[in-house]
Design a protein around this ligand. Structure first.
Ligand SMILES: [Zn+2]
Length: 443
């Protein structure tokens, strides 16, 4: 009798795939990938089940039949969605039209699900930035407010000390705590400490870190004093391997005293490759001396995107070439930046966390990796993003691993695609496709 009932329910399942008798509990199941999750200290082959946009289960073996869509990922790395904490995203910024890159252009194809715009907008312009970019991007866009009220618009505006005010900057940050994760100072050329002191004051009032692009090198404000006195533990020094402001000790070639003492105090060091901020002559000896990045970021903008910095994975390849283990490089693009911007719910694969996931693989060969002077270090590993999941939905699929063969009828999974992918929504003309047995319509 029991066997007969089972047979009946199986039949119902086969004929009525949406029947609650056989409804799959999970929307998406990633099986047998090598999971790297620094927060949870995971570095092993595991299965990850996703339901309703969040991580539902992480275990060595979750049955394939329990999910609408199951992907076999042997040979791939499965990591939290990557986080790039130094980008410039305001593509239509007034007075600065040729600077920002719209986030979605570079993110999902690189496994990135969260970016931080590092100071495009200031307190006067943040609402406009939010309306134009943050509210429209499919990528999760967070922001650091520029200490310059007018934002990053170049020229005299970024040198205007009278527009660097802690109070209104902190007030704007506190008005949008879900979006504003830091204060940025950048491109300042004068001898004054005021931009940095105001940034720290705003950061202290709003309980968020500051990120410093230290502008022109000035003897009046040496790097050691910035890192040992002005900044607080948890504040972020970006462009760490540029060599522009005394990062490197001229005698030893290793990290300067300010860098070492800053790290000992808890200052965070970020890559921010950009178009003019990564030098092999600095990075090689600093890394050799053990001065590794806390986070790997791009400083992506219109003028850096086609230089020695191609995208985040290209920057990550530089650190693989310098000998960092894959596990460390992934942590520098996931859990470490999440912690730096005080977003512990991101950058990890804990049960209950947003299901932001990158599926990555590594190609082997000889790959020339450039720096800002067009000098080259040859690496042998190239990280590739094969699949990206944001909030539980596949948003990027390089090799069509989620697709059905074109000449077979739609699978049950594709008929329930709304549960696990957005790919079919991206087309302007709907999701219906002609099946192989469909009769051609007569003219
Ligand atoms: Zn930048």
């Amino acid at each position: 009798m029991v066997r007969k009932l089972a047979a009946v329910s199986l039949l119902v399942c086969l004929t009525v795939f949406t029947s609650s008798l056989c409804a799959q509990e999970y929307d998406l199941l990633l099986k047998k990938g090598h999971v790297i999750d620094a927060k949870n200290n995971r570095d092993a082959v595991m299965d990850i089940a996703v339901k309703d946009g969040v991580i539902a289960r992480v275990e060595p073996d979750i049955p394939s039949a329990s999910a609408v869509k199951t992907l076999e990922l042997s040979g791939y790395y499965v990591t939290p969605g990557l986080i790039d904490i130094h980008t410039h995203s305001w593509v239509d910024q007034p007075h600065m039209l040729e600077h920002g890159v719209f986030p979605d252009d570079f993110t999902f194809r690189n496994g990135i699900t969260t970016v931080v715009d590092a100071g495009s907008s200031g307190w006067r312009t943040f609402p406009e930035f939010k309306e134009h970019i943050i509210d429209h991007a499919k990528t999760r866009v967070l922001a650091m407010l520029n200490i310059v009220g007018a934002g990053m618009i170049g020229g005299a505006a970024e040198q205007n000390l009278s527009d660097m005010e802690a109070e209104p900057t902190a007030a704007m940050a506190l008005k949008y705590p879900d979006l504003i994760v830091g204060i940025k100072s950048a491109h300042f050329n004068g001898p004054e400490w005021l931009p940095y002191e105001q940034a720290v004051k705003a950061g202290t009032s709003a309980h968020i870190p500051v990120m410093i692009d230290y502008g022109a090198r000035r003897i009046e404000r040496p790097l050691s004093e910035l890192l040992e006195r002005v900044l607080r533990p948890g504040d972020i020094y970006t462009h760490m391997y540029s060599g522009h402001r005394g990062e490197q000790d001229s005698q030893t070639g290793g990290p300067g005293k300010g860098m070492r003492e800053g790290r000992a105090r808890g200052i965070i060091f970020d890559v921010g490759n950009g178009s003019g901020s990564f030098s092999w002559a600095v990075a090689v000896p600093l890394v050799k001396a053990g001065f590794l990045p806390d986070s790997i970021s791009t400083d992506l903008h219109v003028h850096s995107m086609n230089t020695d910095m191609k995208d985040l994975l290209n920057v990550s390849d530089k650190f693989l070439a310098l000998g960092l283990p894959v596990k460390e490089v992934i942590a520098d693009m996931t859990w470490h930046p999440a912690r730096e911007i005080q977003r512990p719910q991101l950058g990890n694969l804990s049960v209950g966390a947003p299901a932001d996931i990158a599926v990555l693989s590594i190609q082997h060969g000889d790959f020339g990796l450039q720096d800002m002077y067009n000098t080259v270090l040859v690496g042998h590993d190239r990280m590739v993003c094969d699949l990206t999941v944001k909030d539980g939905k596949v948003v990027y699929d390089l090799n069509g691993m989620t697709g059905d063969p074109w000449d077979s009828p739609p699978s049950s999974a594709s008929r329930q695609a709304h549960r696990w992918t957005t790919l079919m929504n991206e087309r302007g003309f709907g999701t219906a496709r002609r099946t192989p047995d469909a009769k051609p319509t007569k003219p």
